[in-house]
Design a protein around this ligand. Structure first.
Ligand SMILES: NC(=O)c1ccc[n+]([C@@H]2O[C@H](COP(=O)([O-])OP(=O)(O)OC[C@H]3O[C@@H](n4cnc5c(N)ncnc54)[C@H](O)[C@@H]3O)[C@@H](O)[C@H]2O)c1
Length: 270
């Protein structure tokens, strides 16, 4: 799918990956970019920066907490009422929570709602219109953590796996009805989320959001499912499926290295 002349909605549009995608979609000639986030001031800045590009893209700022279904419905309705339809919905907002099984139930619920349920709410809100037209594109941001794992964070690893699983399911179920689905699975990208460093995910380097946007545009053009800004991730996936136990052994060593470095930083008082 070419983004030119399309109506695009992006959640998490105030910062990082979502913001960069909004700007890039405008540069690619999108007809309208609906910028959505819980951060009202930040979202307005994104819309203002799009306007300053001088492209033909119209912008709409819509505040929406993606963890609340009625707000996601209102976002889709606002976009459709302004521009008639949604061609591409980027369910991108997400959060990171460090820790393991002992993370509180409230925090597990919060990250589940934002990193997983938001994709489900978005699909419920936009699929009826897309299915009626026989076309539409869903780009869901997961993470390489959803294909591999996340050293240091069970909630992130688990919710991102669920996000990948749901995207696969959407593609399998609606692919023959004209619906395209892609899932964005980066390792570390320089955003507010990785301001303290990207941890293990940064071992292959931290990408600039603009580099990630290049891969997104290419993959949307080719209508492929996996969006892999870090190509190494495909190799790691192959290693995982080729010999799961060997892969787990390697991940344990990575985990040990991570916690050793973490303990050292704590001792040094950094
Ligand atoms: N930065 C990375 O290294 C990296 C790697 C892989 C995947 N991701 C994923 O990319 C997506 C974007 O992350 P980012 O790195 O740009 O982070 P970011 O923190 O820069 O931006 C996230 C945006 O989401 C918004 N947001 C948070 N909760 C929300 C909610 N409930 N409703 C609406 N908006 C909400 C925030 O206000 C923020 O503007 C996330 O899903 C993240 O998990 C990031």
């Amino acid at each position: 799918m070419k983004v030119a002349d399309k109506v695009v909605v992006v959640t998490g549009a105030a910062s990082g990956i979502g913001k960069e995608l909004c700007l890039r979609f405008a540069k690619e000639g999108a007809r309208a970019v609906v910028c959505s986030d819980i951060d009202e001031a930040g979202t307005q800045v994104t819309a203002d920066e799009i306007a300053a590009l001088g492209t033909n893209a119209q912008t709409l700022v819509k505040i929406c907490n993606v963890a609340v279904e009625s707000e996601v419905v209102a976002l889709a309705e606002a976009a459709i009422s302004a521009y008639g339809q949604i061609d591409l919905f980027c369910s991108n907002a997400g959060i990171f929570t460090p820790g393991g099984e002992n993370v509180s139930n409230d925090e597990w619920t919060r990250i589940w709602d934002i990193n997983v349920m938001a994709h489900i709410y978005a699909s419920r809100a936009v699929l009826p219109g897309m299915l009626e037209r026989g076309e539409g594109y869903l780009l869901n941001t997961a993470s390489a953590a959803g294909l591999l794992s996340q050293v240091g964070s069970a909630p992130y690893a688990v919710t991102k796996h669920a996000a990948v699983g749901f995207a696969e399911w959407l593609s399998i179920t609606y692919g023959h009805s004209g619906i395209k689905v892609s899932v964005l699975c980066p390792q570390a990208v320089k955003t507010a989320m990785t301001a303290q460093g990207g941890g293990v995910a940064a071992l292959d380097g931290m990408l600039e959001p603009a580099q990630l946007a290049d891969t997104v545009i290419e993959t949307l053009d080719e209508e492929r499912f996996l969006v892999l800004p870090h190509p190494e991730v495909l190799t790691y996936m192959r290693r995982k499926t080729d010999d799961y136990d060997r892969w787990l052994g390697g991940m344990r060593r990575l985990n040990d290295r991570f916690y050793e470095a973490y303990r050292k930083r704590e001792q040094d008082g950094e």
